[in-house]
Design a protein. Sequence first.
Length: 386
Amino acid sequence: MAGPRTVLIEADGGSRGNPGPAAYGAVLKDAGTGHVIAEDGTTIGRATNNVAEYSGLIAGLRMAAELAPDARVEVRMDSKLVVEQMSGRWKIKHPDMVPLAAEARGLAPAGTTYTWIPRERNGHADRLANEALDGLRSGVTVAGTPLDQPAADSAVEEAEKPPARGWGGVGSATTLVVVRHGVTVHTSAKRFSGGLGGDNPPLSDEGRDQVRAAAEWLSPMAERIDAVIASPVRRTRESADIIGEVLDVAVTEEPGFAEMEFGHWDGLTFTEVGEQHGDELSAWLGSLDSAPRGGESFRTVQTRVLAGLERLMKSHGGKTVVVVSHVTPIKTLVAHALDAPLEAVFKMELSPASVTVLSWFEDGRGSMRLYNALPPARDAFASATW
């Protein structure tokens, strides 16, 4: 039987004392089914948190090389340091990290991607590290059986089951009613229009009408909205103010939900960018890690957006909030809710002043309840069950 085409590595590490007694945890999963292929929880003596986290990454890559040598690899970790350094966006300055990063790069197959995830979504790897520190386990277990040990002789507990498939999740949900801003002169002319660092025209009259229609569409659920949270960019803040006025809910800002920075492309059309910066555009379209000069890559935006989501989950957990944002952040949130690769952003279209509804449950599972909807009738939200 052929092995998995893509595998996920979830890795973590910790030190009790930093530095102090340290261990790592690593999980190898079939990306297509979610089934656990192997897991490792091992102590490494006295070390820092960062060394333990890198050690977890290396352990996961070793399992992938041995058990799924032909598969594509995606690494998911809650260590921003490791993710950013392995993605090449941050320099490696600490001498203890240099050989570890070099070893990881040597093990990682071409095309390996690195994704930051919130700590609460990395519980499996964290549990393995803590079990190792508590003396409850040591070494690699493959599909519930320690390496080189017959199943009949195994005393290792059954590996954690993969998340159940189906709709919804466990526990209360935090629901984001995500609204894209209305049109501006840049939107109507199909010009790149970035975040806080770009030229930020106000909403046009058409844009204000679009947002007010969306707000009135949402008004039947106004009493259930805990907050309206806006990207601080002019067009989103203006949109949020209209929505907040209609729903009678105060507006706050979250910079994590600002639009991608397009650098020196800002204000240009796609055709103009192709004519003036063709090589840069080709690189940007071909890599999630490439950015225009003075701008951001999709991976950088993903890190920023998910950090904003984590802050929102802490401040409004279990509530329903309206988030007013932009095309790239909204698509990033959708991909995250669906556990889809970030490349999925290239396969989504999003209309101005459209409504998308996403929920995250206490067990970490995301759910998309509505996407790119435009107000067909005012009573559409009157009987909403979320």
